[in-house]
Design a protein around this ligand. Structure first.
Ligand SMILES: O=C(O)C1=C[C@@H](OP(=O)(O)O)[C@@H](O)[C@H](O)C1
Ligand SMILES: C=C(OP(=O)(O)O)C(=O)O
Length: 432
């Protein structure tokens, strides 16, 4: 399905933010790793969170749900032997479960998105798990991946952190269950470091003890721990909300988004500070972000690694800012659902934006007068590209068609409903 985005001058209204994808995947996992029954209130409903739910069920968790909660009885350290797991297009779900699958005899992760997740690299995690005695076959570090586990060994474990933090998070979920104590050493750099804070927060809530160095480059993990069953409440999702807030920033708007805690560990919370630096009129109190946009923005320089999943939305806002913006330290955007530097900037250019790429930087020469639009956008299977190009379409001279916009459902199935509720002219149309 495609979406037609027609230029829209004004956005107005109040919405509850969608629930956090990253907390939902983590709570589902720790609930499955506990032996008792846990409850998760307000879980996200998206393709990625559905993927985690489907896989933990396949691995033996009992999952029951109603409108507001999911109740899970976990399998503890004994997942059910299963031949195949289908993680859809979800990177975090794949990496976390690759680690947990090393407790299973023989599992294959299938390759349902050869042009998206199928192109993403997992070799760093494969190396770590192999060093722990797990037998893994793979296609040069890519899907399909078969894991023959059993009894992975703890001890000294090294993992590279310069492609994705998800490899480290995966090991942090697995190692507390091992017989031996572990010491995890992060090699090179650690990208998306803030997300590891969310992993540690959830592990602590699940009763797991981990001793982390302040810079997250070394961890001591006692073995033989048990995940406790608990009740969790999922907070609002900053990465998805960043797109709605950026849409409000580039239009004349009066938009309130609820359920966004001021003191969240989500790095993408920084979107509020970045929009403020761009001189967008907004307030953030009592978990509500209130944007009263006038469409006027100033250029900004920002270390995008602090807010990885909000960079594309911030770049879309910068397309209309006065001056040249620079989002640096973002090389790992190249290893996401698509190459979020080259592929994304190509689509922005088609729409009329003036952008330049460096290996680890996005440079935007703002066009406060607006862009031409009137073109078809390739979504590259990427929900964040779809959300960001929609923002650009709102301020284009002519409508944009976003091809295969249904991939927005990876994290935010109700994105277009939410924008429509605020008055945006966005319509689903049949693809040709
Ligand atoms: O741990 C997680 O849940 C995630 C970590 C980040 O990935 P990287 O560490 O690969 O940047 C983020 O972009 C992704 O959406 C979710
Ligand atoms: C990159 C993302 O997710 P994942 O790595 O889990 O596929 C994302 O949500 O933008």
């Amino acid at each position: 399905m495609d979406v037609l985005v027609t230029p829209t001058a004004t956005l107005q209204g109040e919405l509850g933010a969608l629930s956090s994808k990253n907390y939902t995947t983590r709570y589902l996992l720790v609930a499955a790793l506990a032996e008792g029954t846990s409850t998760i209130y307000y879980p996200a409903h998206s393709e990625d969170s559905d993927a985690m739910r489907r896989c933990i069920r396949d691995l033996g968790a009992i999952v029951e749900e109603d409108e507001e909660k999911i109740v899970i009885t976990g399998f503890g350290r004994h997942p059910k032997p299963v031949d195949k797991l289908d993680v859809g297009n979800a990177g975090a779900v794949l990496r976390f479960l690759m680690a947990i699958a090393s407790l299973c005899p023989d599992v294959t992760f299938i390759n349902r998105y050869p042009d998206s997740l199928g192109k993403r690299p997992h070799l760093d995690l494969i190396h770590s798990l192999t060093s722990m005695g797990v037998d893994i076959s793979h296609q040069e570090g890519k899907l399909p991946i078969t894991i023959k586990g059993g009894q992975p060994k703890g001890g000294h474990i090294q993992v590279s952190g310069n492609i994705s933090s998800q490899f480290l998070s995966a090991l942090l979920f697995l190692t507390p269950l091992l017989e031996e104590d572990s010491e995890i050493e992060v090699l090179h750099d650690l990208k998306s470091k803030v997300v590891v804070g969310q992993t540690l927060e959830v592990l602590q809530q699940a009763g797991i003890v981990i001793h982390a160095d302040e810079d997250y480059m070394r961890f001591r993990v006692p073995g033989r721990q048990q995940y406790q069953s608990k009740t969790y409440t999922v907070q609002g999702d900053y990465p998805g909300s960043a797109a709605v807030l950026a849409a409000a920033a580039v239009t004349q708007s009066n938009v309130k988004l609820h359920r966004l805690p001021v003191h969240s560990k989500q790095g993408e919370r920084a979107v509020v500070d970045v929009l403020r630096m761009m001189e967008c009129p907004l307030t953030h109190d009592n978990d509500i972000v209130h944007v009263q946009g006038n469409g006027k923005l100033k250029a900004v320089e920002f270390d995008g690694d602090h807010a990885t999943d909000a960079v594309l939305a911030m770049v879309a806002a910068a397309v209309f800012a006065e001056g040249t913006s620079r989002f640096y330290n973002v090389e790992n955007l190249r290893y996401k659902e698509c190459d979020r530097i080259t592929d994304y900037l190509n689509e922005l250019r088609k729409a009329g934006a003036k952008v330049e790429e460096r290996q680890s930087e996005i440079i935007v020469h703002g066009r406060p007068e607006g862009v031409e639009g009137g073109v078809e956008i390739n979504a590259h299977y990427d929900h964040r590209v779809i959300m960001a190009l929609t923002i650009v379409g709102l301020r284009a001279a002519k409508p944009l068609v976003i091809k295969d916009a249904h991939h927005v459902a990876k994290s935010y199935p109700t994105y277009f409903d939410h924008l429509k509720a605020l008055g945006a002219k966005v319509e689903w149309i049949e693809g040709v």
